[in-house]
Ligand binder design. Structure first.
Ligand code: FAD
Length: 314
């Protein structure tokens, strides 16, 4: 039996659906069923029936748990279901809870899987995606955290059974006092289209055209690390080895050189478009489409073309 842990607060995230898809495909591979354990009061849990989940254990009594409580919840669910493998998303919560669960169950832990197991071997990205390691877990029980944006969401129709599940998880030792959402912005890790700017844009006053292009396309905005470090853009937009890793359908890189540390966060994008004045910029090697040109000439032309295209389509 495969158990998936997913957070389902608010709108069910791409990362939660990816973890569920991974668990369901693994269950199919092993001719077994897949249960998902979550907490809180989400009423849209039936959505998981499209992604191969057979049963949901919902800990509705648990609100704002810390990682110690979550690990107790997942261990109780794993014991109840006699799970052989437990799947997490390799996101902030997964990275905190998966090792605790592995320790409690005396299970082997694979951290940051990017593919389903093949012949008992699981592929994991190492060195910021510049290399891959193939690992085998020797213990009976396994805990796997799945790198967001690496395996995709698959559709497997099932009928789902939602059970209330409220085991003893103790009290929280850490509480979230306040959460502030960035109103109106498209969440970068979840975005399918991303427009990103680098130091080639010369200064924060030139980001108007990046924001305009992103708004027209319905895209999120991102930036290179130095741009965030010097305060031209907020840090939550920084992508790369030390920032967020993304895998949108389209990544438009404007005035970014394409250093390996930047590529580490964006090289799983489906289509990469690079706009750079320097034909020798390393980013062109990773690009599907490249424009050698000045961003201050190319981007306004792109904006005009998108506007014309949208007007013609209406
Ligand atoms: P630059 O390297 O200065 O490149 C600017 C580019 O803009 C150039 O290619 C130039 O030809 C082009 N350009 C100039 N004018 C124009 C114009 N008018 N129109 C179009 N193009 C123009 N970086 C990250 O981004 N993310 C990370 O997570 C990250 N982590 C790091 C971790 C470590 C340990 C280290 C050492 C570095 C890290 N870096 C990271 C920094 C990285 O090595 C690069 O320095 C950085 O990505 C460069 O940013 P950039 O491309 O915006 O700037």
């Amino acid at each position: 039996m495969i158990l998936v842990f997913a957070e389902t607060n608010g709108k069910i995230s791409k990362a939660a659906l990816e973890a569920a898809s991974y668990g369901a495909n693994l269950a199919k591979q092993n001719n077994t069923s897949c249960t998902l354990v979550t907490y809180g009061n989400n009423n849209d849990l039936n959505l998981f029936a499209k992604h191969g989940i057979n049963k949901i254990l919902q800990a509705s009594a648990l609100q704002n748990p810390d990682s110690a409580q979550l690990s107790k919840l997942v261990v109780a669910a794993a014991e109840k279901e006699n799970a052989s493998t437990i799947i997490f998303s390799h996101d902030l919560t997964g990275r905190a809870v998966a090792p605790r669960v592995a320790a409690r169950l005396n299970a082997g832990l694979v951290s940051g899987a990017v593919a389903l197991p093949e012949a008992n071997t699981i592929k994991v990205n190492v060195f910021s995606g510049k290399a891959a390691a193939y690992v085998e877990v020797l213990s009976d029980k396994k805990v796997i955290s799945v790198m967001p944006n690496s395996v995709g969401i698959t559709t497997i129709d099932t009928s789902i059974n939602i059970e209330s599940f409220n085991p003893e998880t103790g009290t929280a030792k850490v509480i979230v006092k306040e959460t502030k959402k960035n109103e109106g912005e498209i969440s970068l890790p979840e975005a399918e289209l991303v427009v990103s700017g680098g130091r080639g844009l010369k200064g924060p006053e030139n980001w108007g055209m990046i924001e305009e292009l992103a708004k027209l396309l319905g895209a999120a905005t991102a930036c290179s690390r130095p741009v965030a470090d010097i305060g031209w853009r907020p840090h939550h937009e920084h992508v790369g080895q030390t920032g967020i890793a993304i895998a949108p359908n389209l990544y438009i890189a404007i005035g970014i050189s394409g250093a390996i540390q930047h590529l580490a966060g964006v090289n799983r994008s489906k289509v990469i478009v690079v706009i750079n004045t320097d034909a020798e910029a390393p980013f062109f090697k990773a690009a599907d489409y490249g424009i050698v040109g000045d961003a201050f000439e190319v981007v306004p032309k792109l904006i005009e073309s998108v506007k014309k295209f949208k007007a013609a389509a209406n």
